[in-house]
Design a binder for this molecule. Structure first.
Ligand code: DON
Length: 315
């Protein structure tokens, strides 16, 4: 029997001492100014046991990890019709790449690259005001985590807006193909606020429990029944897209090293799911060349080495 608390503490200590931490995202002050020495980790098991280490309670910008929650909401809103507007194939390109959109007629490869997430934002916006769509997203993640103190960092959202020329290009390009229904400014306003959600590792791991538990968000206490968020099939499918697309052109490498569905964000966080075993969040702001957390990936690699967790060997 693995002593999970000891393993998590051990990994955090190793990561705190690691010399090569990668480089935090530089494009906005809210990400650039974060201390690269920070490291947090949260592992929540099926029975609710929670193992925390390092800065697990420190809120950080979840960025693209929000795309998992947005996809979940969009599938709830329009069902499998979503797949007519966004694919589910790995892109093999950078998260903000535009190259495939021309030959593929404005249909992004998957919902986790920026272009795909912008289409998902358009779906969620529907005929709502951006403010209402952000409110819905906030209620959703607060409900999943069971905590109210999750906020959108407005300074980060505003800075994203100012520097978001690539996202604007993607959105306008897709609009030209008829794959955005709402005005670009409104879609991006919602998209940037969703990326600017600030959550801790503990809150993220709590919010991801439905993906660990066949679509059911466990109750707050042992006796309390869980709430179905998505069907078991949909939970498996979201996990499949996380596995194949969650780390952009680093998805193959992540599957090879970690072997679990995972979604990264440019803020340095990763949400990873060991189905029926654990919901895991790590945070280390320094990124590798593909824009994924360098030590976050290493920490997850060490966690699966020590626990034996893998979707390729359910044990
Ligand atoms: O739209 C962007 O480019 C950022 N707000 C989010 C990108 C991101 O998190 C990519 N992740 N590794």
């Amino acid at each position: 029997m693995v002593d999970l608390s000891a393993v998590v503490a051990e990994i955090a200590a190793e990561m705190q001492a690691a010399p090569d931490r990668g480089v935090p995202a530089q494009y906005i002050p809210g990400l650039r100014d974060v201390d690269p020495a920070r490291f947090g980790m949260a592992v929540i098991e099926m029975d609710g046991t929670c193992h925390l280490a390092g800065d697990a309670d420190e809120a950080f910008s979840i960025q693209s990890i929000s795309k998992v929650f947005a996809l979940t909401l969009a599938l709830g809103a329009v069902g499998d019709q979503l797949w007519t507007r966004v694919g589910r194939e790995p892109s093999g390109t950078a998260f903000n790449s535009i190259v495939q959109l021309e030959t593929e007629h404005g249909i992004p490869r998957n919902p986790f690259i920026n272009a795909g997430a912008i289409v998902v934002s358009d779906v969620l916006l529907g005929r709502h005001e951006p403010r209402e769509a952000i409110g819905e997203m906030l209620r959703f993640v607060r409900g999943l985590a069971g905590e109210e103190d999750i906020i959108v960092d407005r300074a980060v959202a505003a800075a994203e807006m100012e520097t978001g020329h690539r996202n604007m290009a993607l959105a306008h390009y897709m609009h030209a193909f008829g794959n955005l229904k709402n005005p670009v400014e409104r879609v991006l306003g919602f998209y940037f606020h969703q990326c600017a959600l600030a959550m801790s590792c503990r809150q993220l791991a709590l919010a991801g429990r439905y993906l660990m538990a066949r679509g059911v968000q466990p109750g707050a206490t042992a006796g309390e029944r869980g709430r179905s968020v998505v069907s078991p099939q949909r939970a498996r499918r979201i996990n499949a897209v996380m596995m194949t697309c969650g780390h952009y052109d680093g998805s193959g490498e992540f599957a090879f090293r970690v072997g679990l569905p995972g979604k990264s964000g440019v803020g340095g966080g990763i949400l990873a799911i060991a189905p029926c075993k654990a919901s895991i969040a790590v945070w280390s702001p320094g990124l590798n060349a593909r824009g994924n957390s360098q030590l976050g990936t290493l920490a997850l690699e060490r966690l699966v080495q020590r626990t034996g967790w893998s979707v390729f060997d359910p044990g």
